[in-house]
Unconditional design. Structure first.
Length: 490
């Protein structure tokens, strides 16, 4: 099959979150299964043109009341040594729209004022690029609101001539981000005004790009089965639950995978000694190294709780680090444990982590992000804490399972799909779960895990092995997407 991934991000070229990882990993997995997979994305300012191949001739893109012109560059995704398949990456180069710092915004302007124009132009350019290449995909796979217009344009205007047999799949990576703008931007799409409502754009007299994509795409997916069900409810649907319920028959949750070339304790170059489920001795060495790295007392008998997180409301940081009883302060005062945290985000939370680090001997936090430290935390911790308010898929809990670090998670989204709750009577399970997001629930569940560490160590050791045996490879996810593509092709 010929599959075109349309995206605003892809590693290693541009990334703000898990979307970039998912697009590249899924593309490589589909190519490894024998399919012609290509990616198209903008060329942002930090991507060096000198490292790209220029495709001759400008690209004219009809938008607004005329045309915008762009250059097209080509490169390929990096692949592991010995890999034969190749995934071409085409980059649309428009200096005015993408020749700036930031993908969607910068600190002083978190959401660029011209984002609806930027991504309307980019979505139109996808079809012009295919014409230029003489390559017409069976599947246009669009990701999140920046490329939501791709299925809209395909359905309303492009599904003629060479695109007559093309179908569209639209994946929601986080329904909380929808691309809602003033309707005055709508004429720039070059669509008829009667489509403003019938194609799904209308949202309280504003233009909602994500909603239009949900209405117009042939098939819809999101990144875990539980999140698919949650987004059809008012509690998690961010006002689009009615649209998703109406399209229930075309909507599926397909769990993201993990890149085990990067996240594998048996080959990880960031940890002091590699280990696997047959020999966990390297994990004890990683724990000692983690305690030294974070300035915690080196003690093999005290459980370490690790976290690598964005310090935002979605991640439950208000409940964990706020002033209520049951928060991190209470946990550290009442329990014999240690915390090692890596994260950045909301200013108040960063300041609170610094304060807790200064006042508590068993709590240490590093503000920012470090690939090396994130691997050390996954390997060296005894438990990994994710008290998320909602979690479309989540990756860290799967990394934790692969590294023999039982997760402590809220039962939501992809966390519910990947972690099996501990059964105290039988020792079964791969982690510890709670339902209600409150400081007390977090306190009690962390306490439960710590109790098991001290009193049911054999259960915890069995949970480590059980988690490391699970299969979260991208090939499994890619085959599920292929089944969806083939159904559309038929």
């Amino acid at each position: 099959m010929k599959i075109l991934m349309t995206t605003s991000e892809a590693v290693p070229f541009a990334k703000t979150g898990g979307l970039a990882d998912a697009v590249s990993a899924l593309s490589l997995s589909l190519a490894a299964l024998g399919h012609d997979v290509r990616i198209v994305m903008p060329r942002y300012y930090p991507i060096d043109r000198a490292k790209l191949e220029l495709i001759e001739g400008p690209l004219g893109v009809p938008v607004g009341w005329g045309e915008e012109w762009a250059a097209i560059y080509r490169t390929t995704l990096p692949v592991p040594a010995g890999t034969e398949h190749e995934v071409p990456v085409y980059m649309v180069d428009h200096e005015n729209f993408f020749g700036r710092d930031g993908i969607y915004g910068i600190p002083s302007e978190p959401d660029f004022a011209d984002n609806p124009r930027r991504f309307s132009f980019f979505s139109r350019s996808v079809f012009q690029l295919c014409r230029k290449l003489g390559w017409y995909p069976d599947i246009f796979h669009a990701h999140d609101w920046p490329t939501a217009l791709v299925p809209v344009f395909l359905k309303h205007g492009e599904r003629t001539g060479p695109f007559g047999k093309s179908s569209s799949v639209f994946t929601i990576h986080n329904i909380g981000y929808q691309g809602v703008y003033a309707k005055e931007f709508f004429p720039y799409t070059k669509l008829d005004w009667d489509l403003f409502r019938s194609a799904g754009f209308e949202d309280w007299d504003r233009m909602n790009l994500l909603k239009a994509g949900l209405v117009c795409a042939d098939k819809l997916t999101t990144v875990s089965p539980t999140y698919a069900e949650e987004t059809k409810t008012s509690a998690y649907g961010f006002r689009l639950d009615g649209v998703l319920r109406a399209r229930e028959g075309d909507y599926a949750g397909i769990l993201n995978g993990v890149d085990f070339d990067l996240w594998n304790p048996s080959t990880d170059t960031y940890i002091p000694v590699c280990y696997d489920r047959n020999d966990l001795s390297g994990k004890a060495i990683a724990k000692s190294a983690l305690q030294k790295e974070f300035g915690l007392p080196v003690d093999p008998d005290v459980p370490v709780i690790g976290m690598v997180t964005r310090l935002t409301e979605q991640k439950g940081v208000g409940e964990l680090f706020g002033p209520s009883y049951g928060s991190a302060w209470s946990i550290c005062q009442d329990m014999a444990l240690q915390f090692a945290i890596l994260g950045s985000g909301e200013r108040w939370c960063e300041n609170e982590l610094r304060s807790l680090s200064a006042r508590l001997p068993n709590f240490r936090a590093t503000i920012g992000y470090s690939e090396r430290l994130s691997h050390m935390i996954e390997a060296g911790s005894d438990f990994f804490l994710m008290p998320s308010r909602y979690e479309p898929c989540g990756l860290n809990q799967m990394y934790s399972l692969a590294y023999g670090t039982p997760p402590i998670v809220r039962r939501t989204g992809g966390l519910a799909d990947t972690v099996e709750n501990y059964v105290q009577e039988t020792g079964e399970g791969t982690g510890f779960m709670f339902d209600e997001l409150t400081p007390r629930s977090i306190y009690d569940t962390v306490g439960w895990a710590v109790w098991a560490y001290y009193n049911k160590r054999e259960d915890v050791e069995a949970m480590r092995i059980r988690g490391m045996e699970l299969d979260f490879t991208w090939e499994t996810s890619a085959r599920r997407y292929l089944a969806l593509y083939e159904k559309l092709a038929r």
